[in-house]
Design a protein around this ligand. Sequence first.
Ligand code: SF4
Length: 352
Amino acid sequence: MRKLKRLVEVDSVKIGANNPIVVQSMTKTKTRDLKKTINQIRRMQRAGCEVVRVALVNRTDAEALTYIKKRVSIPIVADIHFDYRLALKAIDAGADKIRVNPGNIGNNLRLIKVIEKAKAFNVPIRVGVNSGSLPQSILKRYKHPTPEAIMETLESSLKIFKENNFDKIVISAKGANVMDTVAVYRMINKKYDYPLHLGITEAGLSFRGGIKSAVGLGILLNEGIGDTIRISLTSDPVMEVVAAYEILNALRLRQRNPILISCPICGRCEVNLGKIARAVESRLHTYSDFMKVAVMGCVVNGPGEAREADFGIACGKHTGIVFAKGREIKRVREKKLVDALFEVIDENINNR
Ligand code: SF4
């Protein structure tokens, strides 16, 4: 059962209060490298990213934000660690949201300065507690960064926000592993009604990171926990966005971007199906409409799966049949299959 959360607005994007789960990602460029950062943000946006976070490491990054804000049309979150003055500068530069880790921002007075400024400019704050930066006093008592230790750290940070009458808050809390993260989010969800930003931190390269994120976020989202997600991968941020929609699609929470269904290949296959599936997947990344595309290796399950999908290929011996909406459209040779499939997809999209 999904718990009704407060609404937090990040510019035009609504997080919480039963709005659809918002997909976020983070740039991997030096923010001060304007050309690369702006290009990357635009690519992420085209892939379906709805909120972009950028790292502010120094004053030059903070100043760059003013320029970036004028050239992109997507809410920008300024990611701040250690130096609270960068958070103040980011708000001046037009950041739509600030992400701080109270564990490394210094004493409470510094955090209060950030809260006061965010309040004056109506800018929300993500309070992100991380198992790697818990206060020594709490770590000493719990010995390890347990979910309870993370929860206590979060509670003491949120007290400061409450004392300063600030409630435009989104919470994130990252455990040391997937199941600790699941445990801590369950605890937070029970106690607070602030929207939750889900993510599995330092998840890994695309394959491993995607699996860990799908497991952790899959459990939580299926329990109705989570209002915005970021899939952290050591790879192109566009892949983070693609992975986020893949998880949301699988849970039937959001339907955007195509889904590729492909068979695992066995001894019956008589085409180079791996090559065909990779080519189809890479071309599908340029489409934003939700559609199921099946790439199947032989006549056993091929025609059936391909018919059930919106578009599909069912292969035979060095050849294949292209299907659209359950209808057989044409039979073509293996080399022409991918082009033939996309001709049919484009024709259908253009005729809508
Ligand atoms: Fe094997 Fe055909 Fe199934 Fe692919 S669709 S796994 S080739 S039986």
